[in-house]
Design a protein around this ligand. Structure first.
Ligand code: AHR
Length: 839
């Protein structure tokens, strides 16, 4: 089913507000695509202390005294942990990636020694190879206290039971160790004492603490009643009250937030951490199973150690507990290309690792990995349905590698969906076969408002699309949520192609933000969904069985009128011989040189370290037609991105972007970007600026360009009257896309076979009510039904820890449904209607 783009100008919109209602028509006889159960899922990665200090219920921070350990595969030099000097698989060249490192300050992370004692964290006496370091405590007097502050304090609930486990190697200490839970203001909430006899051997101590009162900033103390030398390692305080009562389980309130999203799948373990900053510190699932004490904690590239307590088995168990399928993200021998990007050609260990992971999850107990799963308490297979081969890896090198892994794995596991990380880039053409590709969008709201039709005309038949990560990252508020809701209308409508989507990242502990916007916020006391969370929830809880046609009567505006020009400094070195023709082919200007362009301030702000410069051909307004010119790429030095920890500028090849449809008054315009880096297969993109604010230029088009440095190319941008923009390079058509501007109104509809309801979803992102005459073409429509609305008068508003329910869905009974009925959609709202209908 293809729906006509709904395009409207700001002028139309204000006229509309005063004028008559628009029509929204839903036709149940026009069945669209099935909407798979998998469509809405969640993406989990250890980032922002989402797992340790978030979902994972452990209360002790740095429980194994390993936080200071250098990232595997990296070495210490001059205050930095430095990755190996290896070629970057994507960019070529050496990144020599490094991160600031201070071993001493990390050794006692989370810990404090109070009293007369000398201490150090050392590997001279190891409890287990997985936790080689331990605290050496040399107490000169009795009463020394070892205190752990947890993750910004420990949330302790009065009368709940907490499992305590710790290891001592008492050396010459002989006496009593008392474990105490202390409140923030120093009151003892629980205690248990353990007799210790001296000797050079590791001993395990376990107990159960039942604090008498609740406290959000409690601490755990081990108090030694005698002087002496002792080693301490693996100190754990774990609530018995976990999600579904699982041992080594999850914080119930946090896990419930995921369960309430009714996700079709859960992705684990990431994200970039699946890749590693360098290959050695990638996530290794085999180190995440078994006794948590014997799990090697590893530095992850969000710059802290992960205990891997929420490991592979716990992830699979959690999927089962909430009725979701599992998605495992595997490393294919490539590290993160925006970090070190080193790789290996030795595929076999990585392939075997994936085979073992799939077997652990799904093989019968007769298989050695199936037997390990059974030994961990789960003889039945888990529902692992998806394996992603790599994360965010692009380019030809990756595509070829994917082909190798896919061929072997698909033959062995035909029922598993293998996902390629290739985005909508031209390299995906090199895939022999992929079940799905995984584009990511971290963008501004403009991108989502404008790309509700992104998938409408996309090629079908080669692979499905899994939007593995997407979010507005420039703001966290109702506007971001509405734009995501708008984008999802297009996702749901195109459910034959887009099979799965997951917002990312999922969690942040409010004390630690590694990523600008995260769906769910956690502190010790509370867990809170942002407005975006409720958009996800409303989509997932109101997923229809299949789509039905929905149309609106909104007018379509032509966007090919306006001024043309170029964006960028140094245009004169990169553009020449500009010719402009009108829609009939008549030449309006010819042989124009860049000197004749007028510098105009269309866009505020700075880009690439300098002010944005727009150069317009002022006297040649277009109404359809074409712009032709010569263009070349020149080498420029660009400031380092935030990923370059050495902050060195980089040399890249750049060309100016072409502007059309520009209105200097409203500062609205479209931009077509030719690729800015030569030598690799790059895409052409198109984006739009509204009121001078540019959309993130990630709107993919055609590509596969291999433009060379300093060589002139003839480019022609055609602006067809039906809003189609196409680009030719030396006569070859390399890009085609519809230029549309958001109306502020978005719709999608479907039918839920289980309940016999038509589900209509409407986003009104304007600040005016949207009055609509709705028609439902069905055999019968019951007047009584439900309307669920997420709304805020203030688009900048967001839920906060103080006011976590400021923006939450309101469900109301509505008695006015019919074959024809009127409804006014509130300003800044996302509405879901559930209407009982017979077809
Ligand atoms: O979600 C945060 C990060 O964004 C993920 O780790 C990575 O895949 C993407 O770059």
């Amino acid at each position: 089913m293809r729906l006509k783009p709904i395009i409207m100008t700001a002028a139309c919109m204000s006229a509309m507000a005063a004028a008559s209602a628009q029509e929204i028509s839903v036709d149940l006889s026009k069945k669209g695509h099935d909407v798979d159960e998998s469509l809405y899922g969640v993406f989990f990665e250890e980032i922002n202390h989402s797992g340790d200090g978030g979902l994972y219920a452990e209360l002790v921070r740095n429980r194994n005294f390993e936080e200071h350990v250098l990232p595997s595969g990296m070495t210490y030099k001059d205050g930095f942990a430095v990755a190996p000097h290896s070629l970057n698989y994507e960019h070529g060249g050496y990144r020599d990636w490094k991160v600031k490192w201070d071993t001493d300050s990390l050794k006692m992370d989370g810990w404090k020694v109070i009293g007369d004692a000398a201490y150090d964290v050392t590997d001279e006496n190891s409890l287990d190879p997985a936790t080689p370091n331990a605290l050496r405590l040399e107490m000169k007097k009795a009463g020394v206290v070892l205190e752990n502050e947890g993750y910004w304090g420990m949330r302790i609930i009065g009368k709940d039971r907490y499992d305590l486990r710790f290891y001592l190697n008492p050396q010459d200490f002989e006496g009593t160790v008392t474990a105490k839970v202390m409140s923030e203001n120093g009151k003892e909430l629980a205690r248990q004492s353990f007799k210790v006899t001296k000797g050079d051997r590791w001993q395990e101590f376990t107990g159960v603490l039942t604090p008498k009162a609740t406290d959000d900033k409690a601490t755990l103390r081990l108090v030694f009643d005698k002087p002496g030398k002792v080693y301490v390692d693996y100190v754990s305080l774990f609530p018995q009250n976990t999600f579904k009562g699982r041992k080594n389980g999850l914080r119930p309130d946090v896990a419930q937030m995921i369960a309430d999203l009714k996700p079709g799948f859960v992705r684990w373990p990431g994200g970039c951490i699946a890749e590693g900053a360098t290959l050695e510190n990638r996530a290794k699932w085999k180190e995440t199973i078994g006794d948590p004490m014997q799990r090697h904690s590893e530095w992850i590239l969000w710059n802290y150690h992960c205990t891997w307590g929420f490991g592979y088995h716990e992830f699979l168990q959690f999927c089962e507990d909430i009725g979701a399928a599992g998605m495992f993200v595997a490393n294919v021998g490539l590290s993160c290309s925006v970090r070190n990007g080193d790789w290996t050609e030795d595929y076999e260990p990585f392939l075997q690792d994936i085979i073992d992971a799939i077997d652990y999850a799904t093989a019968p107990v007769s298989n050695p990995w199936g037997a390990k799963r059974a030994a961990a308490g789960h003889p039945e297979p888990f529902n692992l349905k998806y394996v992603e081969l790599g994360n965010e890896q692009v380019g030809d090198h990756y595509a070829q590698r994917y082909n190798y892994f896919y061929r072997i794995l698909k033959e062995k596991y035909p029922d598993i969906t293998f996902i390629s990380t290739l985005q909508l880039s031209p390299s995906r053409d090199l895939l022999e076969k992929a079940d799905m590709i995984d584009p990511h969008w971290y963008v501004n709201s403009g991108f989502f408002y404008e790309n509700d039709h992104l998938f409408d005309n996309m090629e079908r038949g080669k692979y499905g699309v899994y939007i593995g990560e997407y979010a507005v990252i420039t703001e966290a508020n109702m506007n971001a949520a509405l734009s995501e809701a708008a984008f999802l209308t297009g996702v749901e409508r195109n459910s034959d192609l887009v099979k799965m989507a997951s917002y990312a990242p999922l969690f942040e502990n409010n004390n630690r933000r590694d990523w600008p916007t995260n769906l769910i916020w956690i502190n010790n006391e509370k867990v809170m969904g942002r407005a975006s969370y409720y958009v996800q929830q409303m989509y997932a809880q109101n997923r229809p069985t299949y789509n039905v046609e929905i149309t609106t009567s909104e007018p379509v505006r032509d966007y090919t009128s306006g001024l043309v020009g170029f964006l960028g400094r140094d245009v004169k070195d990169m553009v020449r011989d500009i010719t402009v023709r009108d829609a009939s082919g008549k030449v309006l200007a010819s042989g124009v040189q860049p000197e004749a362009l007028k510098t105009t301030e269309l866009q505020g702000g700075r880009r690439w370290g300098g002010p944005v410069v727009t150069n317009l051909l002022e006297n040649v307004a277009l109404n359809g037609g074409s712009v032709e010119f010569d263009i070349r790429l020149i080498e420029k030095e660009m400031p380092a991105s935030h990923f370059d920890t050495d902050r060195k500028p980089r040399k890249v090849l750049r060309s100016p972007s072409t502007i059309f449809g520009a209105d200097p008054e409203s500062k609205d315009y479209f931009v077509v970007n030719l690729p800015q880096i030569a030598g690799d297969r790059k895409v052409v993109t198109m984006n739009r600026a509204t009121n001078g604010e540019a959309n993130v230029d990630r709107n993919p088009g055609g590509g596969g360009l291999q433009m060379e440095k300093d060589k002139w190319y003839r480019v022609r941008v055609n602006l067809d009257r039906n809003n189609t923009v196409s680009v030719e390079l030396d006569g070859d058509r390399i890009f085609e896309q519809i230029a549309s501007a958001p109306s502020g109104h978005y719709t999608v509809a479907g039918y839920d076979e289980a309940t016999g309801e038509t589900i209509i979803k409407v986003v009104n992102s304007t600040d005016k009510p949207w009055q609509a005459d709705l028609a439902i073409k069905a055999a019968s429509v019951e007047p009584a039904g439900k309307v669920i609305t997420l709304q805020s008068d203030d688009k900048k508003a967001e839920n906060t820890m103080e006011n976590p329910t400021l923006i939450v869905p309101q469900t109301t009974e509505f008695d006015g449904f019919g074959k024809n009925f009127k409804y006014t959609f509130a300003p800044n709202s996302f509405t879901v209607m559930r209407v009982k209908t017979t077809k």
